[in-house]
Design a protein around this ligand. Structure first.
Ligand SMILES: [Zn+2]
Length: 239
């Protein structure tokens, strides 16, 4: 038991060496950039559409929050991968953008849940998740700032814990329309984690992870658009 505790202590205190990160090939760098860069414009257009479809102020604010998270994810990711590809000699700059990229994951999880938590009826206890998810995002951001790349397993655990905990609240809603799509999106993210953790093992693993993220984000966007904002019939009526 004592030996196990000692091993755990050593594991927790052992920081990852600065050069331990996998260095992608030129083609992998390009794939990492393009797989998210091509989604910036659709994310902006999609966010603007939700804003336009909003019926009241609360829906508008939520469309802003979700839209900002969606656009920022693809923008920050693209900028980080460009810097990592073209400016990798500027180590501090690359490090900062890498931290921002990882912080964005926490913010993006909170933003993705925001429309469901804000616009659906929740019970008195469950409604606390509306602000608690942002507290978790803030905690994750501070964690990245303090321990970036040090304890990768802990980081992964935090991502998954934050991704799953609001789902418990979401499933307790009286109106469950669209939750199947939310679950499908979540499953796609989870499958993508296999590639997220396979840098240097599977060629183009990180770009494949990006494709999983884009697909899951598209499924979630579709569900938000269809079930929380207006239906296609309403759009045609308003044209
Ligand atoms: Zn990436």
């Amino acid at each position: 038991m004592r030996r196990l505790q000692e091993r755990f202590r050593r594991f927790m205190n052992h920081p990852a060496p600065a050069n331990s990160r996998y260095k992608p090939t030129c083609y992998e760098h390009a794939a990492n950039c393009y797989t998210h860069a091509f989604l910036i414009v659709p994310a902006i257009v999609g966010s603007a559409l939700l804003h336009r479809l909003s019926d009241d102020r609360w829906e508008k604010i939520t469309a802003w929050i979700y839209g900002m998270g969606l656009c920022a994810l693809f923008i920050v990711s693209t900028v980080f991968h460009i810097v990592s590809w073209k400016k990798s000699h500027l180590r501090t700059m690359e490090h900062c953008f890498h931290m921002c990229d990882r912080m964005m994951i926490y913010v993006f999880i909170a933003a993705s849940y925001a429309p469901w938590l804000n616009l659906r009826e929740l019970g008195p206890l469950a409604s606390h998740m509306r602000w608690f998810i942002w507290l978790m995002a803030a905690g994750g951001t501070v964690y990245v700032f303090l321990y970036h790349e040090k304890y990768k397993i802990v980081e992964l655990f935090f991502y998954l814990a934050m991704g799953f905990s609001p789902a418990l609240v979401v499933t307790s809603m009286s109106n469950t329309e669209g939750l199947e799509e939310v679950a499908w999106g979540g499953l796609i993210y989870c499958l993508g984690v296999v590639f997220f953790k396979s840098d240097g093992v599977i060629p183009f693993a990180h770009a494949i992870w990006h494709v999983f993220v884009a697909t899951a984000a598209a499924v979630h966007y579709y569900a938000i658009w269809k079930y929380l904002y207006r239906s296609p019939a309403d759009i045609i009526r308003h044209l």
